[in-house]
Design a protein around this ligand. Structure first.
Ligand SMILES: Nc1ncnc2c1ncn2[C@@H]1O[C@H](COP(=O)(O)OP(=O)(O)OP(=O)(O)O)[C@@H](O)[C@H]1O
Ligand SMILES: [Mg+2]
Length: 261
């Protein structure tokens, strides 16, 4: 049987707090659980939230993603951490990532490093999920160069539309500069959804801008937030909650849209 190419899904938005980490962690866990694939969740954010929300003490874990990217002697196996979700492993990040550009140089070839290292190592995994910081620096450029698909979580507020268009432009620029013609935004996820006229208007604008690419919305649900404080996914923490239901629908849509040409 031919081996399917590794999907690499990057969660990107330069705006902070739009739910990138929440979504990256849950989509990764959903793929491992439901699709029974081997998933690598890689964090590139100094905050280290992807590992933290899965219960890891990221302050204590070294080597981490920074060492993997800056030291060729550090292998992927050395930076992998198991999680309670079967099939899901995590490469945590922490504050060292603030020094990535200083360590690698902020050049086009530095932004290729993540892709090169994953190309060499990721046959061990079927899917790589990438979570990054709320900015457009070297970490995010590296994620985009390495990615095969880009998912944008967007809060349904007026200014968020602007941020979303900005991400789309960045994706186009990186695709051109790094010769990745296939790179594109595959899914846009309306986050923190409330039933207001403005939220609905913003959702319609998103649909016009990204036709067929907007997933069902993820409404605000306290179980999603609480689950993270317990180091669990919402499906483990509160499987019958509305949050768990909404998260399933979103994860499934992100997965399916990534397969849609
Ligand atoms: N649907 C939701 N319902 C309730 N709380 C949510 C929901 N989605 C995200 N949150 C909470 O909102 C906060 C911000 O989410 P998250 O950390 O995922 O955003 P982010 O985009 O990764 O932030 P940053 O830009 O700092 O990396 C978190 O405390 C998270 O638990
Ligand atoms: Mg985050």
């Amino acid at each position: 049987m031919p081996v399917a190419p590794v999907r690499r899904i990057a969660f990107v938005n330069e705006k902070g707090g739009t739910g990138k980490t929440t979504l990256a962690v849950h989509v990764a866990a959903w793929i491992a659980r439901v699709r029974k694939l081997r998933v690598l969740l890689m964090d590139l954010d100094t905050q280290g939230h992807a590992g933290k929300t899965l219960g890891l003490d990221v302050r204590e874990i070294q080597p981490n993603v920074f060492h993997f990217l800056t030291d060729p002697a550090v292998s992927l196996e050395q930076v992998l951490q198991r999680t309670e979700v079967e099939g899901l492993t995590v490469v945590p990040a922490y504050k060292q990532m603030a020094g990535l550009a200083a360590a690698l140089g902020d050049t086009p070839s530095a932004a290729e490093r993540l892709r090169e290292r994953l190309d060499a190592a990721s046959p061990e995994h079927d899917v790589v999920v990438l979570d990054g910081p709320p900015s457009l620096g070297l970490s995010v450029t590296s994620m985009l160069v390495a990615a095969t698909e880009v998912v944008v979580p967007v809060a349904l507020t007026y200014l968020a539309l602007d941020g979303c268009a900005e991400v789309a432009r960045t994706v186009e620029r990186v695709a051109e500069e790094h010769h990745r013609p296939e790179l594109r935004v595959t899914a846009v996820v309306p986050m923190m959804h409330r039933r207001t006229a403005l939220a609905e208007a913003v959702r319609e604008r998103l649909e016009a801008y990204f036709p067929g690419r907007v997933t069902p919305p993820l409404g605000v649900n306290v179980a999603i937030d609480e689950a993270q404080s317990h180091g669990k996914t919402v499906w483990d923490y509160a499987p019958r909650s509305r949050g768990a239901q909404m998260m399933t629908a979103v994860a499934e849509a992100v997965w399916t849209l990534g397969e849609t040409p």
